[in-house]
Write a protein that binds this ligand. Structure first.
Ligand code: ADP
Ligand code: MG
Ligand code: ZN
Length: 482
């Protein structure tokens, strides 16, 4: 069902649970390396394999990173404890996961979206990751697989799970939330932010309710979305499905659903487990985790600049609202240093912002790579500003600078864009006016339509190399007798 079909009658409510693998050197409770992509089962020891008699020792660096995440999300750091969450699955050799339950290290907080909207944070707690199973045959699905392989390299890798309040109200906003959170996690040094390597994994809770209602509807939890694109698609599908059920007089069952990327739909996986199913109890092998006030204060003091603050800086330089799209694009892509370089060179920061958000953003490699130098970029902006390059020329030059590097003067020369000084342009305008006295008479008498005629002549006379805005300005001034 399309969203138009249910119109304004229903609204979507979304809460996200994001698992973030921390960039520590070693695992959460043992000294095994925390590294992705190694040969299976090389980074293991008695602790992370859950062998009898082994004991966990908490990784201080993991706690430090968890505190940084909490500070960046305006959470309260508190004394916390670890619990055992009991369940059986072959990727978890201890048969329980050590996790924080009712007393997490970070409680409460909020995250500000680029739009300015604040999404509440319920908690950001520490837990350990599981190993990874791979089902062989049957298209990778467990039920049809011939056999399964398990890799314990990931077992015991430190995670922070960030749980949002149900404050998110569309698929688009959910994507914005994850992007913003990813930016924060990278800025704090807590994560590499690589969704495709599983460093960030998102579970999504979706419900619908009649528009304007205060009450929450029954939710479904969706798992297995491994890109922002699938997150958006899964939410859109699931919300429409629930509306259809409820509009038809049915009830949504609380359950966990699996997103099938190729079919573009969610499937029921299992009825939602309740906390009591896990028989949580305090982990007897670990003491209360009580970070000192000094430690927490030091973490806060050394947080560094977060994306929201970077957006404010870019917006101020370019004199546009911090919530505007070009600002968030430039910050998300890490291009704000180029705006700063333009400001430094006294080039037009607003023009720099537009060129970055449009041309540069569109030309970046898949990994965000480019060859653009900051000073070179600032010089290009100045050249466009002075009318030495038309905006079309500046855009062409910029694309090459992004792909190959180089300075704007040299690239413009290579493309045959003769820098057109103001004096040269004046001479061309004078020529076309003198050559077309009748048209000039009508334009001079106030017929503005003739401006286009003269601009066309200027364009033809210069082989497209003139700054046409500057040319119109010259025409206007000549008419005004200036
Ligand atoms: P659980 O421990 O079962 O996963 P939580 O109460 O911790 O449940 O909530 C998990 C997530 O579900 C949170 O992100 C929360 O915002 C979200 N959530 C809770 N109720 C709803 C609802 N009715 N609709 C959408 N999201 C919800
Ligand atoms: Mg949950
Ligand atoms: Zn280990």
């Amino acid at each position: 069902m399309s969203s138009e079909a249910w119109g304004e009658a229903w609204e979507t409510v979304i809460g996200l649970e994001v698992h973030c693998e921390l960039r520590t050197a070693t695992k959460l409770f043992c000294g095994c390396p925390n590294s992705f992509g190694d040969e299976p089962n090389v980074n293991v020891c008695p602790v992370c394999l859950g062998l009898p008699g082994s004991l966990p020792v908490l990784n201080k660096q993991a706690v430090e990173l968890a505190l940084r995440i909490g500070a960046a999300l305006h959470s309260r750091a508190q004394s916390s404890i670890f619990h055992r969450k009991n369940y059986f699955y072959p990727d978890m050799p201890k048969d329980y996961q050590i996790s924080q339950y009712d007393v997490p290290i970070n409680a409460g907080g909020w995250l500000e979206l680029p739009s300015g909207k604040q999404v509440g944070i319920v908690r950001a707690h520490i837990e350990e990751d599981t190993g990874k199973t791979t089902h062989i045959g049957g298209g990778g699905r467990i039920h049809e697989a011939g056999y399964s392989l398990v890799d314990y390299n990931r077992a015991g890798v430190p995670l922070v799970e960030i749980v949002s309040a149900p404050d998110i109200s569309s698929a688009e906003e959910a994507r914005e939330y994850v992007e913003e959170l990813r930016g924060i996690l990278v800025a704090t040094g807590a994560s590499d932010g690589k969704m495709e390597e599983g460093s960030l994994r998102v579970d999504c809770n979706v419900s619908v309710r009649p528009a304007g209602s205060e009450e929450l509807g029954t939710r479904c939890e969706i798992k297995n979305m491994n890109s922002l694109r699938s997150l958006g698609r899964a939410i859109a599908y699931e919300a429409a499905r629930q509306v259809e059920v409820r509009a038809g007089g049915g009830e949504v069952q609380q359950e966990t659903r699996h997103w099938d990327e190729s079919e573009g739909r969610t499937h029921s996986m299992r009825s939602k487990e309740e906390a009591f199913d896990y028989r949580y109890f305090p982990e007897p092998d670990l003491v209360t985790l009580s970070p000192s006030e000094d430690w927490v204060a030091t973490v806060r003091a050394n947080l560094g600049v977060l994306p929201a603050e970077r957006r404010r800086r870019v917006a101020k330089a370019a004199r546009v609202p911090a919530s505007s799209e070009p600002v968030s694009t430039v910050v998300r892509l890490g291009l704000d240093g180029f705006v700063a370089a333009a400001v430094e060179a006294e080039a037009d920061a607003g023009l720099a912002l537009r060129r970055l958000a449009n041309e540069v953003a569109g030309e970046l490699g898949d990994d965000g790579g480019h060859h653009l130098g900051r000073e070179e970029f600032a010089r290009l902006v100045s050249m466009e500003e002075r009318g030495e390059l038309t905006s079309a020329q500046a855009r062409s030059v910029l694309k090459i600078m992004v792909a190959e590097g180089g300075g704007p003067e040299e690239v413009a020369g290579r493309l045959g864009f003769e820098a057109m000084g103001a004096g040269a342009l004046e001479a061309v305008v004078e020529d076309v006016v003198v050559a077309n006295p009748r048209e000039w008479g009508r334009y001079a008498a106030g017929d503005d339509k003739l401006a286009g005629f003269f601009i066309g002549k200027v364009k033809a006379a210069t082989g497209g190399n003139a700054d046409l805005r500057a040319a119109s300005e010259l025409l206007r001034r000549r008419r005004a007798g200036q």
